[in-house]
Design a protein around this ligand. Structure first.
Ligand code: C2E
Ligand code: CA
Ligand code: CA
Length: 616
């Protein structure tokens, strides 16, 4: 047998461009004791694995790959062909041509995303186990050149063990269908059942509902009354659910069929198949809830325990088994947040993607643990070549995932409450840096990016003012960059807030200009000082006449409005020359400098006197 320890320390490579997926999978594998996991991004024509440090298994997701997915897969197979490292392909679309090709090419297993936690862990374990056994067999086989019959027997014995393991795994799956405490189906058979039901739903034109019941604060209750009493509550709850399901299924003229299962913690599932209507599912959920409302009588104590239920429906929102489960969890979570007993899943409540929550919880920690830092990109006065200011750009150095670019985590933060502490963190750190610049005699402004959702937050003005005062920074040294589309989201509220910010003396800049649809009449009323022409127009203006025309007219229009105009994303000298001719005021881009940590920025500015130092 392969020792369990060897499996848990096996090196697993997660090859996926989506860091949220990586994090979700990593958390799951960590929770199941796997300790040696790392990740890498699959990119066409780049090596994925280090030949001197090979993994034991690769979990590959090419869904978000730039370029040819099949090519990435072929490259990987070529890289690891010799040592025969198994590949588990994760994909949203298990019916695709890619999957057929992948299996033909030698990918060992395929799992559809979003996946079921237990399934992915068990498949990874099986692949690793088989991999190690096969390796042992091979090693013995190779070692037996000169062939002693004893060696040959060992090879046969190991091969037999390998087959045996495969068989027991299969049997285990079939036997372990029930939860030993409540006698209800367990999660493994729930998964099988849902997969069956959902497979048929596409042909049968019927409605399926998943009801996910949860005993309120079950884990806290267990902690206070003890685990034995906790088990009694679970048994009693399971009995109540089974009895009411039995009553319901005995009703006349009810074509539905029911499947009841014990889920994790204090949760239970009822899957209803062959429903006539969605409203019927909801009324059934209410009836089961009613039977749960009576107090639970334990030998020494009577407990009133609330129950909540999340309902998800198929085929309206999904025809995938894993997705109907996730949607019922979203509905249940929403019920808990709003203290409501029953919520039916709808797209509009789906802010609670568990993967997103995991990453956001980490971001919250990062804000407190100094895992964030700011880099600064100079803005340069095109006429004098002197640095007039810097833009602060946020970086997150995740302990496991490495550097995560802002475009990957800020949009998530914007959809959650994390954006506020994040904005406060950025402003505070940028203000501290502004003080440091001023005290080293640097006369430059600092620009900070402000998200659209912060523009809807009334406290933005208050904390900006407070942070300026706390750090003793002159307000006009702070530039708030707000995208054109953010300004247009709620024009009245936006205008009001921008006026307040203008009143405390900070400068406002329109970021990514040209990518939104602002009306000139509205722009005229805004208290802005600066306009940044988006990189998409700048990057090809030296070769594209249309872009050149747009940039030229935008510069003129900006000047007519009395604005300072900046071109962002400038990467070559030809573009600088054109911008100068067009009268653009400032430039920013890789041609001059990439965003840099502050130490590097100081070094960069010192060379050739790129700044006006007022002291020394
Ligand atoms: P942005 O405000 O448009 O920032 C400019 C982005 O373009 C930066 O990417 C910068 O590194 C990149 N860039 C600058 N010059 C060039 C160039 O010459 N060529 C190319 N190809 N790219 C160039 P970064 O740092 O990844 O930031 C991406 C976006 O993330 C920013 O776009 C901004 O919208 C957002 N962001 C960054 N930091 C913060 C922050 O602290 N708060 C908020 N709310 N958003 C932020
Ligand atoms: Ca910006
Ligand atoms: Ca921009």
């Amino acid at each position: 047998m392969v020792p369990g320890n060897q499996l848990k320390t096996a090196k697993i490579l997660l090859a996926d461009n989506d860091l949220v997926n990586v994090l979700a999978l990593k958390n799951i594998l960590h929770a199941h004791g796997f300790r040696n996991i790392y990740n890498n991004k699959p990119v066409t024509n780049e090596r994925l694995v280090d030949p001197d440090n090979l993994p034991a298994l690769v979990v590959l997701n090419v869904d978000n790959t730039n370029g040819s997915q099949l090519q990435v897969l072929k490259n990987l197979l070529r890289e690891i062909a010799l040592p025969e490292i198994p590949i588990l392909l994760l994909t949203r679309d298990t019916n695709s041509e890619l999957v057929r090709n992948a299996l033909q090419l030698g990918v060992k297993d395929v799992i559809s995303w979003p996946f079921n936690e237990n399934e992915v862990v068990s498949r990874i374990s099986v692949l690793l186990e088989n991999h190690y056994l096969a390796k042992m067999v091979r090693e013995r086989h190779m070692g037996q050149k000169g062939a002693s019959p004893g060696h040959q027997l060992q090879v046969i014995e190991l091969t037999r063990q390998l087959e045996q393991i495969k068989r027991t795994q299969l049997q285990d799956r079939q036997l372990a269908g029930y939860d030993s405490l409540t006698g209800l189906a367990n999660t493994a058979s729930l998964c099988d059942h849902l997969s069956n039901v959902m497979r048929n739903i596409r042909e049968d034109d019927r409605i399926v509902a998943m009801l996910l019941f949860s005993l309120e604060s079950f884990s806290e209750i267990t902690k206070s009354v003890g685990y034995a009493s906790g088990d009694q509550i679970l048994q009693a709850a399971a009995d109540r659910i089974s009895e009411s399901v039995e009553r319901l299924s005995n009703l006349k003229n009810s074509p539905e069929t029911y499947f009841t299962a014990k889920y994790s913690g204090g949760k239970f599932v009822v899957v209803i198949n062959d429903l006539e209507s969605e409203t019927k599912a909801i009324s059934i959920a209410h009836r089961i809830l009613a039977t749960m409302s009576a107090p639970f009588e334990l030998p020494n104590i009577v407990l009133d325990i609330g129950t909540q239920v999340g309902v998800s429906l198929a085929p309206r929102f999904t025809t995938e088994a894993t997705e109907i489960v996730r949607q019922s969890e979203v509905a249940l979570h929403t019920a808990k947040m709003g203290s409501q007993p029953l919520i039916v899943y709808e797209k509009s409540i789906d802010n609670y993607d568990p993967r997103r929550l995991a990453l956001m919880a980490e971001l919250r920690k990062a804000i407190n643990n100094d895992a964030l830092y700011l880099v600064y990109q100079p803005k340069i006065d095109i006429k004098t070549g002197v640095v007039s200011g810097v833009e602060a750009l946020l970086r997150w150095n995740h302990p496991e995932l490495g550097l995560i670019p802002p475009n990957e985590f800020i949009p998530l933060a914007e959809q959650s409450s994390v954006i506020k502490p994040l904005t406060v963190w950025v402003l505070n750190n940028a203000m501290r840096q502004a003080t440091a610049f001023a005290s080293s005699g640097l006369d430059i402004a600092i620009a900070v990016n402000i998200s659209a959702c912060s523009l809807r937050d009334d406290s933005l003005v208050g904390y900006t003012k407070m942070l300026l005062q706390k750090n003793n920074v002159e307000p006009n040294r702070l530039i708030l960059e707000i995208t054109e589309s953010a300004m247009m989201q709620d024009p009245n509220k936006g205008l009001n807030l921008l006026n307040q910010l203008n009143n405390i003396g900070v400068q406002i800049s329109i970021d990514d200009y040209g990518t939104g649809y602002s009306s000139l009449a509205y722009l005229k009323r805004l208290p802005v000082k600066e306009m940044k022409i988006d990189r998409t127009f700048i990057k090809d203006m030296a070769v594209d006449e249309d872009d050149k025309l747009i940039v030229g007219t935008t510069i003129d229009m900006g000047h007519n409005f009395g604005l300072r105009v900046i071109a962002e994303g400038v990467e070559d000298g030809q573009t600088v020359k054109l911008l100068k001719e067009m009268g653009c005021d400032q430039v920013q881009g890789y041609y001059y400098a990439k965003p840099m940590p502050v130490g590097e920025l100081y070094e960069w500015m010192t060379v050739d006197n790129k700044v006006a130092w007022t002291l020394n």
